[in-house]
Design a protein around this ligand. Sequence first.
Ligand SMILES: *Cc1c(COP(=O)(O)O)cnc(C)c1O
Length: 649
Amino acid sequence: MNLHSGPTIEIDLDKIERNAAAIVSQCAEHGISVVGVTKVTCGMPHVARALLRAGVSALGESRLENVMRLRDAGITAPIMMLRIPPISSAPDVVDLVDVSLNSEIKVLRALSDAALARGRQHDVIIMVDLGDLREGVWPDDLMPFMDRVRELEGVRVIGMGANLSCYGGVVPTTENLGLLVRMVEEVEQRYGLNLQVVSGGNSSSLPLMRAGGLPKRVNQLRIGEAIMLGRETIHGTPWHDTVQDAFTIRAEIIELKRKPSVPLGVTTRDAFGGQPSFSDRGVRLRAILNTGREDVLIDGLRPLDPRIAILGASSDHMILDVEDSSEPLSVGDRVAFLPDYGALLAAMTSAYIHKVPRTARRLARDLKRVTLLYEAPESFPQRSEIDTTLPELGVEPRWQPIVPLPVAVEFDTLAASIEYALALSESVAEAIRANTIPVLLGDNDVQRVAAFLALRRLRPDYGLIIFDAHANFHTPASREESCPGRMILAAALGHGIERLNLPFPLINPENTVLVGVRQVAPEERALLERSRVTVFTIEDIDSLGIREVIESAIRIASMGTMATHVSVDMDVLDPEQVPKLRMPVEGGLTYREAHLCMETIARSRILCSLDILPIQNRPGADPRMAHTATAMLLSVFGKRIFRRSQPRL
Ligand SMILES: *Cc1c(COP(=O)(O)O)cnc(C)c1O
């Protein structure tokens, strides 16, 4: 079943990054730092990363769920809580965000208590109401309020701020923001403080800034809409050096017919209780799309083709006049729309609309060399086969020895394994910096962590496809015997290794896919289900077919990412194909299925790094192991078994 035949919203990360970069540099000219607001995208990590690449100083969010989504994706940048927090979530606010906007003493007390309980202080910005009548302390009440805030030892007031043109539509001016600055100065004098931050509003403050009208002390703006939609919000006009089409909503034509423009028969109210009116334009070509009020805010959509008009919509249907459309249309075509802020918000929160982040930057296209990382390159059994075949496939191989595994193949503790992986990650990082594709030929699952560590540092947004019979989602708590290999994915997400000071999570769960899993313990399942990682079990492969599964896996791993890492544990194959595995699990992929996966990855040209294990090149190891691993390796670089090899382009 193609679940993605419904409406989609495409999110052009490159455009968002360029918009953000333009605004960051305009603001810098006025001494202002930008908090990039991701709330309209529900905290989409890809968007957050685009904003961070563009140089925003922090991220702004209004919901803890979204903040968790960002933190789960490994985003460690400072996050500002924009919506004044409810008392009930004070402990979570202290745990998850770096600074929050506040206006209630009770909430501040709860934040202070929660911070003290953790032996810390929580940073706050006190909001002042300049007349817009949404959040903020009324100016007359400010000093008594501040007297009480100053008594709270767990909160540190780092600044003051205001929010305008939200509820009351009050326009930011030199006068009302001047009042904010005067209050800042009064507070500073009264308490002998120096407030670092004067947060002067949202996208609606940009026109005043550009006109040079922002008071000097204002040094921060919190910008969402101007970055996402390229518009200032006072007049709704396109903002300087930004584009307005970073988001496009598309839906499919399910009926296309010529019909009269006025209904026949006696008319009453429509499905939503409205009294429709019609003007007679004769018989016109009309299209019905597979979307409706359940998904999008119809009034907030503008067809990309200005010659198409929206006539109306019910819950699941949208009706267009396409008589004059610029391109001839047919049933099955997708029609594109640009959303306004409300329509964007509705689309991003709709469960029916598929979110598709995109970037045109694909690192794999420029990678023409491979670094094979192996304990003892000279003794790899198929080295000459690899050295002759890879050049035929368009990539140059070079070999690099790596830190050998400690003598005991199984490590005592997870921490010891990660320490080893950390040392090994240097070799992977070097191969990446040399602009090559690292191929880690390993013997133990913990070696994969080396790849994750290097990628997290150098390609933080990477996607990941893992072929493995096991989920590897154990934690030291859920598994008695010491087998760190079975814990590495949970560990990569930061579970069970709290004491290590590493940038956990090491992987991006929303872009991580497990393929071929057939052994998941009940203790692993709970953690896996909460993890945002996609799993295709062997049963999914049976019912969907391997082609559908691998295509979905590639789509998920590469969606909005610049690089993809592929991890192959040979135990994904059926034990009949790979004898003498340490932990064989019956019923795995066939040789052909595994090759089809590798060939499909080769054709998709997303591969930026790879690990294959275990190779088991120790005395007594079965030579078929390295042989099969080599076959997988050559296949993922484009070697076909039955057809002539095609070089990577
Ligand atoms: C949403 C929000 C912003 C961002 O507003 P835009 O108009 O999207 O720039 C800034 N500050 C606060 C408090 C917000 O809630």
